[in-house]
Design a protein around this ligand. Structure first.
Ligand SMILES: *[C@@H]1O[C@H](CO)[C@@H](O)[C@H](O)[C@H]1NC(C)=O
Ligand SMILES: *[C@@H]1O[C@H](CO)[C@@H](O)[C@H](O)[C@H]1NC(C)=O
Length: 176
């Protein structure tokens, strides 16, 4: 029973991970204006072959509308160094990167965490390398798996040893 539950959880996790996610810039990351910056994404789980990369800001006074910084980005590159020209933006917070359909830039496939663009000359975040981003991705995946394992453990705690899941459900021991 629990094995089946665990398998169901694993299947759910793999469905969730079969998608395009922008891993860098992530939470606590920033870019430095008019400098080389790193962009990376989950290319191995991306259902898309290519996309347009846009830069957006939640404050329309900073950017009135998203601007395309890469017209066509091939998915297989997995990461990209953003050039000085592409990152020549006003320093500020509230920036997000959008990956969109190359044929329709309002069809958004992925959105990054909000991040800051710091003034030219600022230091880079310590985990700016793509290796660092990759390990961040792995860490969050592991955390997700650990979380589902924990849920299983919690269920087991409520169900007396030897009682079947069906019996436990009938007794209302499991909150469905
Ligand atoms: C982008 O991907 C689509 C399929 O999603 C493909 O038809 C198209 O040729 C690709 N464009 C480029 C420039 O690689
Ligand atoms: C572009 O994508 C948006 C969002 O998915 C959709 O509402 C719109 O109809 C699309 N436009 C065209 C011309 O396909």
């Amino acid at each position: 029973m629990f094995r089946r539950l665990a398998l169901a959880c694993a299947a759910l996790l793999s469905v969730v991970s079969a998608q395009l996610t922008i891993t860098s810039p992530g939470t606590n990351d920033w870019w430095v204006a008019s400098s080389a910056n790193t962009l990376s994404w989950t290319c191995s789980t991306s259902p898309y072959l290519n996309f347009t990369v846009l830069l957006s800001n939640s404050n329309i006074a900073v950017l009135a509308a998203p601007i395309a910084i890469i017209a066509i980005q091939e998915n297989y590159d997995c990461s990209k160094t953003i050039t000085q020209q592409q990152s020549a933006q006003a320093a500020g917070t509230g920036y997000t990167l959008l990956f969109a359909n190359t044929l329709n830039s309002t069809d958004i496939w992925a959105q990054s965490q909000p991040f800051e663009i710091k003034a030219l000359g600022s230091s880079y975040p310590t985990t700016t390398s793509s290796a660092g981003s990759a390990s961040t991705g792995t860490a969050s995946g592991t955390a997700g798996a650990a979380q589902s394992t924990h849920t299983g453990g919690t269920l087991a705690e409520y169900i007396p040893v030897g009682m079947s899941m069906v019996a436990a459900l009938a007794l209302g021991l499991v909150v469905a």
